[in-house]
Design a protein around this ligand. Structure first.
Ligand SMILES: [Zn+2]
Length: 305
């Protein structure tokens, strides 16, 4: 019997030791096989084509909760903004078909580069007035990781503060998007429609009904915000019914914002009713737009398309 130096136990060789060694080898092999399976799985996932739908991306960004101190600003200005993408989301097939027809018209060469030399608050970006390549926005980062044009920020902060003070809980789910982000979101949509069996041209038309063609989204201006109720984040017409949204629609003009895509202006804006998409135009223009009951295209006299 061989005692250990500490006087406890022994290590006399016997049959049990051999059995233990065999079991250890079997367990070791099983662990190795498991690791190998995980590595192969990871390798396959790495090479998969991304399948995130617009809604899934939206879900991800929605996880960034806005707190009471929301929009507390940092000076960071480099990172990309929201990946959220549910803008111009069609709710029903009929609406989708209508939008699709409009998109076909728009692809006939009517798109012009919008004028950005005038008042920065009144730049028109829509399916017929494209933002010039390389348009730069002086952005500021909100506490939830999104970005907005820093010149609109003070009014936005007041808008949100007052909304909360009135007992509501607004949640900004999309703000500034870089050109690259818009391209990514749009291309992702095109691939999805191709996956549904459409050819590339058809897929592009369909995609444009869900995500604006790069250069035609107001979110690229840094002046557009999708704001929903914290407890009801679906981007559809039911958004108009909640108290938070009703307060914002009624009061947004006081802070220089307008509800950009009203229910009765779809033919002019080219976009379905979006009771969550607010656009900063400055207090003076917002007041006039609300008083006159017009949309931005009408206010600017640019309704031709
Ligand atoms: Zn929007």
């Amino acid at each position: 019997m061989l005692y250990r130096s500490d006087g406890r136990g022994y290590s006399e060789p016997n049959r049990n030791n051999r059995a233990v060694i065999i079991i250890a080898i079997i367990v070791g092999l099983a662990v190795l096989a498991g690791v190998a399976a995980l590595v192969i799985k990871g390798y396959r996932n790495k090479n998969r084509v991304p399948e995130e739908s617009a809604e899934e991306i939206s879900e991800i960004s929605s996880e960034t909760e806005i707190t009471e101190e929301s929009q507390a600003v940092t000076s960071e200005t480099e990172e990309e903004s929201s990946e959220e993408s549910s803008e111009e989301e069609s709710e029903e097939e009929s609406e989708e078909e209508e939008s699709s027809e409009e998109s076909e018209e728009e692809s006939e060469g009517e798109v012009v580069t919008t004028d950005v030399d005038g008042d920065w608050r009144l730049i028109l970006v829509n399916p017929w007035n494209k933002l010039p390549d390389g348009y730069e926005v002086p952005v500021i980062k909100l506490s939830n990781g999104l970005y907005v044009d820093e010149r609109a920020y003070p009014d936005l902060q007041q808008f949100m503060d007052d909304c909360r003070a009135a007992g509501h809980s607004p949640y900004i789910c999309s703000a500034y998007r870089t050109w690259d982000t818009q391209v990514y979101l749009y291309n992702n949509q095109v691939q999805q429609w191709i996956g549904y069996g459409y050819d590339e041209d058809e897929a592009k038309v369909k995609a444009a009904t869900v995500v604006a063609i790069p250069g035609t989204s107001e979110h690229q201006l840094g002046l557009a915000l999708d704001i929903v109720d914290t407890n009801e984040r679906q981007l559809n017409s039911t958004q108009a019914n909640n108290a938070t949204q009703q307060w914002m629609m009624e009061n947004c003009w006081k802070y220089g914002f307008i509800l950009r895509f009203p229910e009765d202006k779809e033919d002019i804006t080219g976009i379905i009713y979006e009771p969550w998409h607010y656009r900063y135009v400055g207090k003076e223009a917002a007041k006039e737009i609300m008083e006159q009951g017009v949309c931005l295209e009408e206010y600017l006299g640019k309704t031709d398309h």
